[in-house]
Design a protein. Structure first.
Length: 256
């Protein structure tokens, strides 16, 4: 089984990761980490590989310093590393991002993505990849039950209940941060750390993927982010000395 894991480099500290003047996200080699949900996707891939065999390709689209995150994936158990690094792909929204990624994912039996990235929180890219590849898709996967007869049996959690679903391969899965039975958090193995020293990160550009400039980056995007901010989670508490005062204060807050 050939497994691809889509990974994204995100700011490790958003207090230092925002460009307040431009309103966007600052991408820096000194403030980057693997998107948390993508770690769960990688660990799921490693679990499947250990149980049923196969190989794992870790794929990311980003700047040159994203190689660091790919090598971390190698230390954990990824076999091949691919970095889609092309300035013309910068500034992409989910639509353009899925166009580029899906071009690199056509030959895999199973594509695993984190359910969402912490720098965007849209959760759209996994479903868009499946639509472009015309493959079955399952969201919010929180357990791999079994693989047999080229079918992956998974558990998925929605707002109401947990369901068990049989998915024929090839397919695309969006992995939840609540993924079970994957030994989270995995630690790098000694063999993995040794492999990092010699592993080759293969760089791909738009020509390699046969993607036109009009499909990628800002040109291929349907939306534009005007500003990214950090929510103000501070709270203020006012003590009411009586029920009447409390009701009055509540009505003021509710603008009733």
């Amino acid at each position: 089984m050939r497994i691809a894991v889509c990974m994204k480099s995100v700011p490790a500290d958003f207090n230092k990761g925002l460009d307040k003047k431009a309103g966007g996200i600052l991408r820096s080699p000194y403030n980057s980490t693997i998107n948390p949900a993508d770690i769960f996707a990688l660990e799921t891939a490693i679990t499947i590989k250990n149980r049923y065999g196969g190989s794992i390709s870790a794929i990311t689209m980003g700047p040159e310093f994203a190689e660091k995150q790919l090598k971390e994936a190698c230390a954990l158990g990824a076999d091949e590393l691919f970095l889609i690094c092309d300035r013309r792909a910068a500034g992409a929204d989910t639509f353009a991002t899925s166009a580029v990624l899906s071009a690199a994912l056509k030959s895999y039996d199973l594509v695993l993505c984190g359910e969402r990235s912490i720098d965007g929180e849209t959760g759209q890219v996994p479903a868009e990849i499946s639509a472009r590849l015309e493959l079955p898709f399952l969201n919010s996967v929180n357990r791999i039950v079994e693989f047999k007869d080229n079918t992956l049996i998974c558990k998925t959690l929605d707002d109401n209940e947990q369901k068990e679903v049989a998915l024929p391969l090839p397919a695309v899965l969006a992995i939840s941060c609540g993924m079970e039975d994957i030994g989270h958090p995995l630690a790098p193995s000694l063999s993995g750390l040794r492999k990092v020293r010699t592993v080759r990160v293969r760089r791909l550009n738009l020509e390699d993927l046969k993607i036109s400039v009009e499909q990628a980056g800002e040109k291929g995007s349907k939306t534009m982010v005007k500003q990214v901010t950090i929510p103000d989670w501070s709270r203020k508490c006012t003590m009411a000395q009586s029920l009447e005062i409390g009701l009055s204060l509540s009505m003021e807050v509710l603008n009733v």
